[in-house]
Ligand binder design. Structure first.
Ligand code: GLU
Length: 326
């Protein structure tokens, strides 16, 4: 107690002295504000600019978006994979549970909704007669292929680009959404084109086409990889990076979560056609899913879902046309 009183007295004396010396000739030193740097998200990794980058492989397989012709969707369709899913009683779908517009938890109902989630529900509707016979497994972008390869999900509905490289390991449905890689930056940042990203820090999720594309097209950017696109929005807001780059559709979801602070900039960097990912060998399921996609392109469901979730991208386009390999 006595020590505390002594300390207070000493502090008061110092304050008095400070007051005495603050005459007109006193030098005013600007205060440096100190604050704790916010931590980076778990598993954030900075990629050295000289690390090797995967070459573009899309010339190697013809048209990677050509898929298997549907044999019809609905109760009459049979095959080893779809019969096993029906016997189990639910469709197991891998997706990102925190992807605004595509697959996110509706704050009121608590259910997972969004363009991807609702398309998966249409597959469940055709399989079971009910869209609710579905179970979601949360996946990061880098986990999509493995989840399909080890059959821990029946399909992946997660803004997944169809390309030749991925088709070596998994199968895809026909295209259900056409998107384009672009850049998200803080408003008035001065970043407008890819050239402006030289020497800047860009956040990209690992295991994505966006990462390889950016490393090829702007090798002078320093890239921070994180597990989810929501992590990228946070590090942009915390000014730990200058920009985020991925598909316009995914960026539009982030931009609507922070519309007063962020904006999409610059032209498209690449074409990113989305397909439903399916394990290799499950051709009956590929044809079944393509049947559902054919139905929703024709019965107005696709347009309704676009209107419900994606009009922030612009007016509703026509659904992407299907291309078949057989
Ligand atoms: N479409 C890109 C990809 O498939 C990025 C989207 C995502 O990570 O979900 O890798």
């Amino acid at each position: 107690m006595n020590r505390a009183r002594g300390l207070l007295a000493a502090l008061a004396a110092t304050a008095l002295l400070a007051g005495c010396t603050s005459g007109s000739d006193a030098t005013i030193t600007p205060k440096t504000v100190k604050y704790t740097e916010p931590p980076l998200p778990a598993q954030a990794v900075t990629i050295p600019t000289d690390a090797p980058v995967a070459p573009e492989r899309d010339a190697l397989c013809g048209d990677p978006t050509a898929s298997l012709r549907p044999t019809g969707a609905g109760a009459s369709a049979h095959g080893p994979t779809i019969d096993a899913i029906r016997a189990r009683g639910r469709l197991v779908v891998g997706l990102d549970t925190g992807s605004n517009l595509f697959s996110f938890r509706d704050p009121v109902s608590g259910s997972i909704v969004g363009f991807d989630a609702d398309i998966a529900r249409e597959v469940a509707r055709d399989l079971f007669g009910s869209p609710d016979q579905i179970e979601y497994r949360s996946l990061g972008s880098a986990e999509r292929e493995t989840a399909l390869q080890n059959h821990s999900v029946d399909l992946v509905a997660k803004t997944m680009t169809i390309n030749c490289d991925r088709r070596q390991r998994v199968t895809f449905s026909t295209v259900y959404l056409q998107s384009y890689q672009r850049v998200l930056a803080v408003k008035n940042s001065g970043i407008r084109t890819l050239a402006d990203l030289a020497g800047k820090r860009v956040c990209i999720v690992s295991g994505t086409t966006s990462l390889d594309q950016m490393r090829r097209s702007q090798p002078a950017a320093t890239i921070l990889t994180v597990p989810t696109w929501a992590d990228c929005l946070v590090v942009l807001q915390q000014r730990q990076v200058d920009a985020v780059s991925t598909d316009d559709a995914v960026l539009a979801g982030l931009a609507t979560q922070d519309s007063s602070y962020t904006e999409l900039v610059g032209p498209s960097i690449s074409s990113e056609p989305y397909g439903i990912g399916i394990p290799k060998g499950n051709d009956d399921l590929v044809r079944f899913v393509n049947g559902t996609l054919e139905r929703i392109r024709n019965d107005g469901t696709w347009v309704r879902l676009y209107q419900q979730y994606l009009t922030t991208l612009g007016p509703v386009p026509a659904p992407p046309a299907a291309t078949y390999q057989d």
